[in-house]
Ligand binder design. Sequence first.
Ligand SMILES: NC(=O)c1ccc[n+]([C@@H]2O[C@H](COP(=O)([O-])OP(=O)(O)OC[C@H]3O[C@@H](n4cnc5c(N)ncnc54)[C@H](O)[C@@H]3O)[C@@H](O)[C@H]2O)c1
Length: 319
Amino acid sequence: MSASHELRFDGETVIVTGAGRGLGREHALAFAARGANVVVNDLGSSDTGQGADTHVAQSVVDEIVTNGGRAVADANSVATSAGAAGIVETALEAFGRLDVVINNAGFATYADFADVTDTQWRAMMDVTVDGAYHVSKAAWPIFVQQGHGRFVNTTSNAGFGGAPMLSHYGAAKLAVAGLTKNLALEGAEHGIRANAIAPVAVTRMNAEHFFGSADPRIENWKNEIAEGRLAIGPPALVSPAVVWLAHRDTPVTGEIFSTTSGRVAKVAFVVAEGYFNPDHTAEDLRDNAAAIRDLRRFVDMNSYEDELNTIPPLFSDYR
Ligand SMILES: NC(=O)c1ccc[n+]([C@@H]2O[C@H](COP(=O)([O-])OP(=O)(O)OC[C@H]3O[C@@H](n4cnc5c(N)ncnc54)[C@H](O)[C@@H]3O)[C@@H](O)[C@H]2O)c1
């Protein structure tokens, strides 16, 4: 591919939350390498979301600057409106504009649903759901005023598929998918696009949980994937999808993409053709369960209307 076709971000400013480690760090490096001014936001919290360390964001900024890029560190938490306003302020003060928000900050704790505490649940919602809300809310008026802006949010297969010991995490991540769909819908008239990725990659968030800290497969991941023994790769494999979705020329909006070990694939909330009978009884549903659950014909929903449009024009000649 020629350089003229490269997806560049020269002159644009990109906020990446949680960019001090793991996936966010890779996204920040990728945007900087493509000419963006990058706000490397990271609270520097522990793998369970505790504490703070300003060096975490700064170390990625140092790496970007050493490579000839432009970046500024920000250690605000995404979990409050004041923190989110601070992140946006950092972008405007350092670079005078804002074009892209990558809502990536997050953490995972693992517990069976019976053992999830109210504190654990609240902390997960604070960072994952409220965090995406606060940062998006702070950026929104800027995007509306300038008539463009892109969000790339981070959801998870733990939400739309489910995963053991992650009920709180899965619930929070699926809320982010819902936020994404709605921002895309409301943002369209303002030139704002919103999409989400559902990544899978080895990071501190899951390495020990999945493999145990001494598992040699982590070091040998390429062979493990190639030989079908390991469906999980390094975080750098996720960033190209984020770069693509964040680019001003990418028309996609309101969509979700699984980004896993080199495969990028659309994830959709679909409604099956279903079984239509306005007079149905519970017994009819039992007897037609196969038709109700048949996904061979479906609608990929990009607004609530997409679902309603699949209902035959029933009410005019019903009753
Ligand atoms: N790694 C995976 O397989 C995977 C799968 C699905 C979703 N995700 C999501 O991807 C995102 C990145 O995860 P990762 O695997 O790179 O984890 P990570 O722990 O390596 O990085 C997350 C970063 O977010 C920062 N952070 C946490 N709370 C913050 C807050 N309140 N404000 C600002 N920064 C904060 C942390 O300090 C950390 O550096 C998360 O949203 C995660 O839920 C990851």
